[in-house]
Design a protein around this ligand. Structure first.
Ligand SMILES: [Zn+2]
Ligand SMILES: [Zn+2]
Length: 253
């Protein structure tokens, strides 16, 4: 499995893009930034987007991606897939002809967006991967995803505060190679993290006990405004397992 980091942050800063990951060139995990990180031919290859939730830092790039697809007259739509409440939010609050065109109807000859509601907690085929969506703890309906290609597995937390269901769903998974875990704020903003349902380095330290042992934890979604401070606190987690994921890098699992 090949993971290209299009955006590694929980917001936008100078050279810091919102969260998006491209798996095997064809499938997005979140789409906070897509068109700012890929060439047009690369964008046209995308067939699937697993969307963790409807917040802008995870979907803004999908707006521009769909525009690229529509303008280039592609014959292949991108399918936006998630738990049903997330799909409903995309339909009603984003691609609603107010915030952005309803690309499930446009262009008329060949609409560029399709939707697919995934079955909660069940492993199902998405493209050439197996995907299990699991609800996580956030301020809006949100999913984490377990991805597997038959040999290698990956857990993506999406945005979440401390959680349990996702780790339990992944228990016993063979070939698990990495956990991509969110962290938004430094420890001194723990009250804000609690209200906004996000992690801090201290919460990640505690979360490690629930995670499958020995699997590397790649942190994404640090807020650009607090990057240095949060990174310093993350570096003090004394496990050897926790690193910050690098934007623009491609990881092979
Ligand atoms: Zn976010
Ligand atoms: Zn969010």
């Amino acid at each position: 499995m090949k993971i290209r980091v299009l955006g590694a942050f929980g917001g936008e800063g100078l050279g810091q893009r919102p969260s998006a990951f491209l798996v095997n060139d064809r499938l997005l995990i979140d789409g906070g930034s897509v068109t700012g990180a890929l060439t047009v031919p690369e964008q046209l290859e995308i067939e699937w987007a697993l969307v963790s939730h409807s917040h802008l830092d995870h979907i803004a790039g999908l707006a521009y991606l769909t525009e690229t697809l529509a303008c280039r007259g592609t014959r292949r739509p991108v399918t936006l897939a998630s738990l049903e409440p997330v799909v409903d939010a995309l339909r009603s609050a984003v691609f609603n002809n107010v915030l952005w065109p309803d690309f499930a109807q446009v262009p008329e000859s060949c609409p560029v967006v399709k939707y697919r509601s995934l079955v909660e907690g069940a492993e199902q085929r998405v493209g050439d991967l197996w995907v299990t969506p699991v609800p996580v703890t956030h301020t809006v309906p949100a999913a984490g995803f377990i991805l597997h290609d038959g040999e290698t597995g990956l857990i993506y937390s999406g945005d979440t505060g401390p959680t349990r269901a996702l780790w339990e769903a992944a228990r016993g998974l063979h070939g698990l190679r990495a956990v991509i875990l969110e962290c938004a704020f430094p420890n001194r903003l723990d009250r804000l993290a609690e209200v906004a349902r996000h992690m801090t380095p201290a919460l990640i330290q505690r979360e490690l006990e629930k995670l499958p042992a020995d699997v590397p934890v790649w942190v994404f979604h640090v807020k650009p405004q607090f990057f240095e401070e949060t990174a310093e606190e993350l570096s003090r987690i004394d496990s050897g397992r926790v690193t910050i994921i690098e934007q623009d890098k491609t990881y092979s699992l």
